[in-house]
Design a protein around this ligand. Sequence first.
Ligand SMILES: Cc1cc2nc3c(=O)[nH]c(=O)nc-3n(C[C@H](O)[C@H](O)[C@H](O)COP(=O)(O)O)c2cc1C
Length: 379
Amino acid sequence: MDLARLASLDDLARLARRRLPGFAWDFLEGGAGAEAGLRRNRDRLAAVLLKPRFATGVTPDASARLFDQGYALPLGVAPVGMGGLVWPKSDLSLARMAAAGKMPFTLGSAGSCTIEEVAEAAPGQVWFQLYALKDPAINANLLDRAWKAGIRVLALTLDMPAPGKRDRDLRNRFVLPFRPSLAQALGVLAKPAWARALLACGRPRFAVMAPYAPKARTVDELGLFVREQIDPDLTWEKVKTLRAQWPGRFLVKGLLAPEDGTQALKIGADGVWVSNHGGRQLESAPAAIDALAAMRATLGAEATIVMDGGVRSGEDLAKAVALGADFVLTARGFYYGLAAGGQAGAERAFALMAEDYRRTLKQIGCPSTAELDRRWIWE
Ligand SMILES: Cc1cc2nc3c(=O)[nH]c(=O)nc-3n(C[C@H](O)[C@H](O)[C@H](O)COP(=O)(O)O)c2cc1C
């Protein structure tokens, strides 16, 4: 497949769907319950309209700054746990893409490559996402390793007080311990590109967490260990303790309520990451773009706010920035690319986003990312 003929992330998604076994596609694409929340992220973004201004003579500057660092665009890669299942070594490929594209990549604590190898692949551009774990010694060791590897931005995810109910995974019996049915095993044989890539790299692992569960012999055992370790009883007091343990920049991920944003800043977070986990946790959560606007209205112009959820084009990116995001991320957008064409596919996803964002700034007559705000929203 000539990747240059794929004109959008939706095109990449269609190809990805054809190349992945059904359970892997469903794991990537699925949302909570009947997926109304998943659809809402996209529908509400589509409902936002931009207000173009013409004859401005501007040559836009699409670059962005966050935490004193410059990036090509206000765009980064959001964390995905067990991404190696969708495409082998996904964390490493996406980190390399991010390094080449001058973009941040977030490694998840449920990631399938080690902190050290990913940090080395994109020096200065890797962020680390932590699920607070029950064992404080593991939290401390993860933070220590991340810091020593050169990572300077930490995102603590709060929106997992209970695992989401993902109906697709339940129907596929894609739950731990995973015992593929005969039909699923045969389905894999029908996806030679995926099977070849997986065979070349070996079975995906929870590489970030593996050192903490030496007794876990299989991926399933390790998965159960990780799930068991995620602290379901987080409090702001515990968040504050983790904040104090991290010398770098600290984002709180998964917030929707403006009150929680206020609380995050109060305990010393450097910014708020508005997200509904890509519609995977609470089906009746608000769309990320609506929560973003509410968060900005409450926290004011100076607070650092990043967001993710349903962003699939440069126009989506522009809308999120205009409605108050200092920085925007996507997870599935880049995974569509990976599954469609490996690292080259992910790079195609990035190129499409970059071209479209630059074109959008020019089309609406906005001089720069820094100046893009509600003046360019059709209200
Ligand atoms: C397959 C998958 C796994 C994810 N795993 C994690 C995770 O381990 N930690 C986390 O904070 N967010 C996780 N997320 C949520 C993403 O980081 C992000 O918030 C969301 O997917 C953004 O929406 P988008 O995929 O529509 O761009 C995951 C998302 C997907 C699709």
